[in-house]
Design a protein around this ligand. Structure first.
Ligand code: GDG
Length: 764
């Protein structure tokens, strides 16, 4: 930095000095010219006037007068002296001391006499600069009788020029000082300071201290560097956290699953094979915002679990390109490398027309299969046109996958969810050597419910193209096997939980999904007091409350939101002392609003909240706060951290991640989970208060029980639930699923059973 300062200062000084000297030189020159012409004019006037006087003296023969004049005008006002000469150049009278240097034969005098014209010339007399002017002398008859020489000392002009240059050099010196000072200050403030702070930040990150990110101003100066530094810093932080966790686990001899462990495990299992993941929703969405392209990651545990695997094995994720700027960010093969800040795997986007999306996604998947699989008393709608789109879109994904897998000796395919029931068969028929798993995230109903679907055979046959079919819980596996048994010609092996159809075997196994669990995630700042944070949040909401309950859901009719509100109403009725004290906050993310049933349901939820609020509210207190908008992950975490209780009252749910997220967020081991028995999570989180959401009154009682629970019991329950989620986190889920799929491939059937997760939840 010192060298940079010196260079900057040197360059500025040289530049400014050159400019100053050039402009001063120009100024000096014009000043000099003006002094010269001033002197010429003065000398001419004086010469003329002295000549006229001398002529008079000569005419009258008054020599003493002439001598007196010469004496008087010598050595005054820059005048060195003068001489009066005859026509032949003989000196008549000359200032004493000048006669040796002013001969009558001097060129200017001769020129003046001969040409009958005054002459002037700047010259030197010895070391002295002088101006010599010569004027002819006339007789009365206008004949030239001689000449007069007047000599001015030009030393005063040199002094003046010297003075100007001195002033210029003083100015330049002052400028140099000022420029140096300003440059040093600018370098300090704008360069050295920010760089030192960023360096300090990097040092803290490297050494693992609590790193304080420099302010926006510092990073603003390093704007080109900032986008690189921030992810680098984040990667370092993550790498350090992962390494610390690994070390901790090694020391504690624990076997907690981490992203790193999952990546190693899967890389091992894949043994060089490539992994292909298919889902409807993509992991990165590009959208236009303020004339710039913005990239976002949909809030989903799936991305967290799948991404480390794909990064580790350089895999491919195939998904619907749904962002309005998605097309602008792919290459000519509709691919792009992600994550954007550290590209490690390929995202292949599949484009769907508005009609295809309407029929396949909104229609068949969400108006047909979703209510069909969730027994939540909403009638499924099956339209032939939707089915056609569903079939065609599955076909489109199959073609894309086959294209992506071209030349792969042992591709491994992991298909996500009910949007792609037909895909396993479509891919298996074309690439029999591919190992295919599909994970069904929603429940599988009993055969009687499923058989109302006009295309039940096609769906089952499509799914049975997979080598492995995963559900959250064993009960859904059993329902699926029962459905197959009833509908298709296939051999169901109840001992091994598998189906053999046309010589192809599919294992049907439970893999209970989970969430990330980390002692300290970046979203959860340590050391924040829940009570303080709760008071702050209550203030922000502009309400008054002492006890807080929270619910976090997409506003979906399967989630039991209305039943939950009614349970709050029942609780307040039966425990009036909590009126004015207990507030239930529902974070409701808008979802599938284009479907009429969803739009109606969202209005019903709003109306129910309003009805209950109108009945009980007083002052600033309200029993229900319904926030119908998407919240970001940090906001959701904040609500989890401050809530005395969390309510998950789904009427039917494959797993329900909110229940596990609430548990994972409670580092303080406080808080009570009220959990519907109709969720997959209820089969793992025994220490929640398990409720039947259809029984409004007893769900209301559960709220009272939660609020009145002894702290010791609360901590005990939460601690046990946290241990369960920690041991069976999202990485464990992904590791088990892919591990099982890879085992199937290597040793077929027997090994698949060997790799079933060691803790299959007990059937209800
Ligand atoms: C299916 C199955 C199964 C909700 N609102 C906001 C928000 N969320 C997040 C929650 C949670 C996720 O959405 C919802 O998880 P659920 O498990 O309740 O699931 P579904 O969307 O119905 O998903 C379900 C799941 O697949 C996984 O297999 O468990 O049974 O139905 O993570 O936190 N997230 C943010 N803002 C919100 O407003 N950021």
């Amino acid at each position: 930095m010192r060298i940079l300062s010196l260079r900057l200062i040197g360059a500025l000084i040289i530049g400014v000095t050159l400019v100053s000297i050039a402009s001063s030189w120009y100024e000096v020159q014009s000043q000099k010219d003006s002094l010269h012409s001033d002197l010429e004019r003065k000398a001419e006037i004086l010469g003329e006037s002295l000549a006229r006087t001398a002529e008079l003296y000569l005419e009258t023969g008054n020599r003493p007068g002439l001598e007196q004049m010469v004496r008087r005008f010598s050595n005054r006002d820059h005048l060195l002296g003068m001489g009066v000469y005859g026509r032949d150049g003989s000196a008549l009278v000359v200032t004493p001391g000048l006669s040796p240097v002013l001969p009558g034969t001097s060129q200017p005098l001769r020129d003046a006499i001969l040409n009958d014209h005054s002459q002037g010339k700047f010259t030197r007399l010895g070391f002295k600069g002088v101006y010599v002017s010569s004027v002819p002398l006339y007789a009365a008859n206008r004949e030239v009788t001689g000449g007069i020489i007047v000599v001015h000392d030009t030393g005063y002009i040199r002094s003046e020029i010297f003075r100007i240059w001195s002033r210029v050099f003083i100015h330049i010196a002052i400028q140099m000082l000022v420029i140096s000072a300003i440059t040093i200050l600018i370098v300090r403030w704008s360069l050295t300071g920010p760089i030192a702070r960023v360096a300090q930040w990097m040092r803290e990150l490297r050494t693992g201290l609590h790193a304080v990110r420099p302010g926006a101003n510092d990073l603003d100066f390093l704007w080109r560097l900032a986008p690189e530094v921030a992810p680098l810093a984040e990667s370092m932080r993550r790498a350090r956290a992962a390494a610390e966790t690994e070390a901790r686990l090694r020391n504690a001899n624990e076997s907690e699953w981490t992203a790193q462990r999952l990546a190693d495990h899967v890389r091992n299992r894949l043994d060089g094979s490539s992994l292909f993941v298919v889902s409807n929703r993509e992991p990165y969405v590009h959208t236009w915002r303020d004339n710039a392209i913005d990239v976002s990651v949909p809030a989903s545990g799936l991305v967290a679990a799948i991404e480390p695997i794909l990064c580790a094995c350089n895999g491919t994720w195939v998904a619907h390109g749904s962002g309005d700027a998605d097309a602008e960010t792919v290459d000519s093969h509709d691919r792009l490398q992600v994550p954007p800040e550290d590209p490690r795997y390929s995202l292949r986007r599949v484009w769907l027309s508005a009609e295809e999306e309407e029929g396949y996604y909104y229609g068949f998947a969400n108006e047909g299969l979703w209510p069909l699989c969730h027994i939540a008393h909403t009638r499924p709608i099956f339209r032939a046109s939707d089915w056609e789109h569903y079939y065609n879109v599955n076909q489109k994904f199959a073609e894309t996958l086959v294209e992506e897998m071209a030349g792969e000796a042992h591709p491994v395919v992991l298909i996500q969810d009910y949007h792609f029931a037909l895909l396993p068969r479509m891919v298996k028929d074309r690439l029999p050597h591919a190992r295919i798993a599909i994970f069904w995230h929603i429940p599988w109903p009993n055969p009687e419910s499923f058989e109302i679907c006009p295309w039940q055979r096609e769906l089952l046959d499509g799914l049975l193209g997979a080598d492995l079919i995963g559900f959250h819980v064993r009960a859904h596996c059993i329902n699926f096997l029962n459905t197959v048994d009833r509908v298709l010609e296939a051999r169901v092996d109840w001992e091994h939980f598998s189906v053999k159809r046309n010589d192809h075997q599919s294992s049907v196994l439970p893999f209970p999904i989970s969430v990330e669990f980390s002692g300290e995630t970046p979203d959860i700042p340590g050391g924040i007091d829940a009570a303080e944070e709760r008071s702050a949040l209550i203030r922000e909401l502009g309400i008054e409350a002492v006890f807080i309950g929270v619910g976090v859901d997409r506003v979906d009719y399967t989630k039991g939101i209305i039943e939950r509100f009614q349970a709050v109403e029942s609780f307040l009725e039966r425990y009036p002392s909590y009126q004015g004290k207990f507030t239930f906050i529902q974070l409701g993310a808008p979802t599938r609003s284009r479907i009429k049933r969803y739009a109606d349901f969202q209005a019903e939820v709003e109306a129910e909240a309003n009805r209950i609020n109108a009945r009980f509210k007083r002052g600033k207190w309200r029993p229900i706060v319904f926030q119908f908008r998407q919240h970001n992950r940090q906001e959701v975490q904040r609500y989890y951290r401050i809530a005395h209780l969390c309510m998950v009252t789904s009427l039917h749910d494959g797993m329900n991640l909110v229940a596990k997220e609430y548990v994972a967020a409670r580092q303080d081991e406080r808080g009570i989970l009220i959990l519907s028995r109709f969720t997959g999570a209820a089969r793992e989180l025994y220490d929640a208060i398990i409720v039947n959401p259809y029984d409004v009154k007893s769900t209301g009682e559960a709220i009272a029980r939660a609020l009145q629970m002894d702290v010791g019991e609360m901590i005990g329950r939460m601690r046990r639930m946290r241990t369960s989620v920690k041991e069976h986190n999202i990485y464990w889920w992904a590791g088990s699923l892919i591990g099982a799929l890879c085992e199937l491939r290597l040793e077929q059937k027997e090994s698949a059973i060997a790799s079933i997760p060691d803790r299959i939840p007990v059937e209800m």
